[in-house]
Design a protein around this ligand. Structure first.
Ligand code: NAD
Length: 456
């Protein structure tokens, strides 16, 4: 539990509420100092974080650096750079009837937030939302995923050492602790994880009318048009799909490739897997492992009865699953109904762009979508006739590198967003304010409403 004060959950919430009430979290100076500490905590402990990620997920050095350590450092830098501007009142017009006067939106913190993270990017998915909550002047409880136990433990150890323990606390644990947390009243909850628990979080939040941001998942499609530069396309897809062994919420879940280039696409993709991870991906230092044996068995089970054309091998002991390609799975099979969240990539074909669009639209709105094409009409059709949380044209998940793009889902892939200013706004209330002067107090609006006034 809370590493410094082994208090009960209600006590921790009370402590944070008391801190919030003092107003200490509101100044830009306090926020910036704490943000600097978040960066320092992450960079000072780079080696420990890498080791924890390796123990949890077999995450390689490079992926730990890009997606967890440097990701946080960049997010903090961007936030500090823009914070004072984000905190300023946002002016809006004032109508003639309210002149002289001025109107604006004043961002104010919400209070005490709860952040529940998932295990696949266990440092990033708790600390990046915290950067947003902190930048907006909130106190927060951080609940890392118990499945990434080493990272969770490290976070519980480091947060009280680097950050203001009166304003932030880590609560470790699983369902029991999360259930207890969700009984408390928070001013905002940001949850990252699967749909089923997302519903539990939203139901619990409804009891207190607490607003929620749900960062969920889904089956993210990747459309490959015949005009695409195939060499670049396969490199980018392979990078995005097999990073963290496919355990990435925005990894392409399945490919829709134009039938006329199917063979060339598959050959190049197979060659790319070997380029990246060698003949034996199990020996590659750059290839991660599945988080636990339950998920390992779930992913291996998805291959039952499928036409596996590459990979398919797995080792339960080491939680290894090879980069795997499945050709033309039945759209009704579990593989095509469930989010894969592992290193298996189904490949389906289409003849006309409308068919690909139709296929995507028959399913729940995904978190991410990718289209590779040089043909503007194709790109336009896929982009504008489908819906997804985030889209990347001619690349995979590179939108994650742009702090000016909010990150979040739509429909069953989530609600709300964060990253950069979107995160600051998520954890703020934009208070609508009108300030008037005492001048020009025209009495036409006041009773008694005489005939003369009515005619004016
Ligand atoms: P998980 O098992 O780590 O669960 C997420 C969090 O929910 C954990 O902190 C866990 O303790 C908590 N939890 C579990 N059961 C709970 C309960 N009954 N009540 C309250 N809290 C509970 O993660 P997961 O669900 O396996 O995550 C995988 C899913 O998350 C995938 O769908 C993936 O796409 C999605 N995801 C989304 C994003 C995003 O940013 N949108 C990022 C990563 C993962």
């Amino acid at each position: 539990m809370d590493a410094k004060n082994a208090n009960s959950i209600p006590d921790i919430v009370t402590r944070l509420r008391n801190t919030y009430a003092t107003g200490k979290t509101r100044s830009a100076q306090w926020r910036i100092q704490q943000l600097q500490q978040v960066k320092k905590m992450t960079l000072d402990n780079e080696e420990k974080i890498r080791a924890a990620l390796e123990a949890d997920l077999g995450k390689c050095q490079q992926e730990a650096w890009t997606a967890e350590i440097s990701y946080i450092s960049t997010e903090v830098d961007h936030t500090i750079k823009h914070l004072k501007k984000w905190m300023k009142p946002r002016k809006v017009k004032t109508p003639l009837v309210a002149q002289p006067g001025k109107s604006y939106l004043q961002p104010e913190p919400l209070g005490v937030a709860l952040i529940i993270g998932a295990w696949n990017y266990p440092w990033q998915l708790v600390i990046a939302p915290y950067v947003a909550a902190l930048s907006a002047g909130n106190c927060a409880i951080l609940k890392p995923s118990e499945l990434a136990e080493n990272t969770s433990r490290l976070m519980a150890e480091l947060v009280p050492k680097y950050l203001d323990g009166d304003a932030v606390a880590v609560v470790e644990g699983g369902v029991e602790e999360s259930t207890e947390l969700l009984k408390q009243r928070f001013d905002h909850i940001l949850y990252t994880g699967g749909e089923a628990v997302g519903k539990i979080v939203m139901r619990a939040a409804a009891e207190h009318l607490t607003p929620v941001t749900l960062e969920l998942g889904g089956k993210s499609p990747c459309v490959v048009d015949k005009s695409a530069n195939l060499d670049v396309t396969v490199s980018r897809i392979a990078w995005c799909k097999w990073m963290n062994a496919g355990q990435t919420c925005v990894a392409p879940d399945y490919i829709l490739v134009d039938e006329s280039i199917k063979e060339a696409f598959i050959e190049k993709l197979q060659a790319k897997i070997t380029d990246f991870y060698g003949e034996q991906p199990a020996d590659s230092k750059d290839y991660a492992r599945i988080i636990n044996t339950r998920h390992w068995a779930r992913i291996m089970g998805l291959l039952d009865g499928q036409n596996v054309i590459t990979g398919g091998e797995g080792d339960e002991q080491t939680r290894y699953i090879a980069p795997t390609l499945v050709l033309e799975p039945d759209p009704e099979s579990t593989l095509m109904q469930q989010e894969i969240f592992g290193p298996v990539l189904p490949i389906l074909t289409y003849r006309k762009t409308e068919e690909a669009v139709h296929f995507i639209n028959q399913r729940s709105k995904p978190l991410a979508m990718y289209v590779f094409s040089k043909d503007k009409l194709v790109t336009h059709a896929v982009l504008h006739q489908t819906s997804a949380g985030n889209v990347c044209v001619n690349d995979g998940m590179m939108f994650m590198t742009n702090q000016d793009l909010p990150f979040g889902g739509v429909g069953t892939s989530g609600m709300g967003s964060y990253c950069g200013q979107a995160g600051f706004d998520t954890f703020s209330h934009l208070k609508a304010v009108m300030e008037r002067s005492f001048a020009l107090d025209v009495d036409i609006r006041y009773p008694p409403y005489t005939e003369k006034k009515l005619k004016m």
